[in-house]
Design a protein around this ligand. Structure first.
Ligand code: HSE
Length: 405
């Protein structure tokens, strides 16, 4: 029997206990041994939970317990989650986590520490909730060079955008619903300002290109500035609006970014609604592959945490398992964002002669008039060139939303 400890008995932590208990028979059949929760660390008491008697408030009870070989960290936040993870790895315990904040900031260091101590650090649930994406990237795409990743990586914002576009809900109403369903971060600013997606795209960039950028150093725009006028323009152009994490190499350096994008209705990411996430990986041999499923929520995310526990137990006595590998990025690894090129949907406040001014700055483009706006999709331009052309029109910019594809 393998004993597991859970750090953090919140939405995902309690979900992991539930998955291990409800699917105990299936897990035991798959592994040939039982996996049991022995202790749970949390500041609170849970008298009504069937796992309440396992709760301790003292991390040392877990760290010093030699019978606990795998620790599942689902505390959220950097500290003390990072410190506890480090202590567990140093004590020779395997660690799995859903904590994207810790992986995005300290993942390279923790992977190295795990390797040094002969244990594993796995984080399938940190990106895409319940969707298998990290293990397939590490294992099944190992024969490929990854060219590009585009993903809807935040369930809360996708839920909000879906409710705004299709149900006429206000931003606030939709956010409240997402919070009630347990999708949103404790501080939902991390969702709506794009930081949660930034953490996830730097993890995917690290798996793709081998270096872990800082989520604080990449271009990151959330959905708070999007308006119903933007949605109306998108509809006129046969597009949906999505918050997209994107990574690729620009001039041999790693670019990772998060921003709203217009996604043509023909694109595989455009129809992904509600809390669902989708990750589209373009690799040089297989071409495009897409991973799709519930990107947030208790049991979907917990199922990915438990999948990591199962992976660890299944390979406990093997010293040759594939595991994520990347190092901390140096300044030279970061691409120059101003050199990144894409098409954009540019909307100006319409005025007399606007179409001519647009043509003079952007060349021949097809404009549409929607409400008080005149909008068009530009040719592929670098960030620097797009900004210069916008300024050259002398028009009042309503919005510029990058295109996907
Ligand atoms: N707040 C996150 C989301 C949870 O909405 O996607 C899953 O990481």
């Amino acid at each position: 029997m393998i004993n597991v400890a859970i750090l953090g008995f919140g939405v995902v932590g309690s979900g992991a206990a539930e998955v291990l208990s409800d699917n105990a028979a299936i897990i035991e059949k798959n592994l040939g041994c039982a996996v049991t929760v022995k202790r749970i660390l949390d500041l609170r008491e849970f008298p009504d939970s069937p796992f309440g008697h396992l709760v301790t408030h003292d991390f040392q009870d877990i760290l010093s317990d030699k019978d606990i070989s795998v620790v599942a960290e689902m505390m959220g936040g950097s500290h003390p989650a990072y410190d506890f993870t480090k202590a567990c790895l140093e004590a020779g315990k395997h660690v799995v986590t859903s904590n994207k904040e810790v992986v995005a900031r300290f993942g390279a260091e923790l992977l190295e520490l795990a390797a040094k101590n002969g244990v594993r650090y796995l984080f399938e649930a940190s990106v895409g909730g319940g969707i298998p994406v990290i293990r397939p990237m590490v294992n099944d795409l190992a024969s490929n060079k990854i060219e590009r990743v585009d993903g809807i990586l935040n369930g809360t914002t996708n839920y909000i955008l879906t409710r705004m576009i299709h149900a006429g809900a206000t931003f606030e109403e939709a956010l409240l619903e997402a919070q009630q369903k347990g999708y949103a971060e404790r501080n939902p600013a991390a969702d709506v300002e794009g930081l949660d997606a930034a953490r996830k795209i730097v993890i995917l960039a690290a798996l793709s290109f081998g270096t872990l950028l800082s989520p604080d150093e990449i271009h990151c725009e959330g959905i708070t500035k999007l308006t119903l006028a933007d949605v109306a323009v998108a509809k006129r152009l046969s597009c949906s609006v999505k918050l997209i994490g994107h990574t690729e190499l620009v001039d041999g350096r790693v670019l990772a970014m998060v921003s709203p994008r217009l996604v043509p209705l023909s694109h595989p990411l455009s129809g992904i609604s509600d809390v669902f996430n989708g990750v589209l990986v373009d690799a040089n041999m297989v071409g495009e592959v897409m991973f799709y499923g519930q990107g947030a929520g208790k049991l979907p995310t917990a199922s990915a945490v438990v999948a990591d526990i199962i992976d660890i137990v299944a390979h406990m006595h093997s010293d040759n398992v594939r595991t994520p590998k990347f190092t901390v990025a140096t300044a030279a690894d970061y691409a120059d964002f101003s050199a990144y090129a894409c098409r954009s949907c540019v909307s100006f406040v319409n005025e007399e002669g606007a179409a001519e001014k647009i043509a003079a700055a952007f060349g021949a483009v097809e404009t549409v008039v929607e409400g008080d706006r005149i909008a068009f999709i530009s040719a592929e331009m670098t960030e620097k060139a797009a900004e210069a052309a916008i300024a050259a029109t002398g028009l009042t910019l309503a919005s510029r939303i990058r295109m996907l594809g």
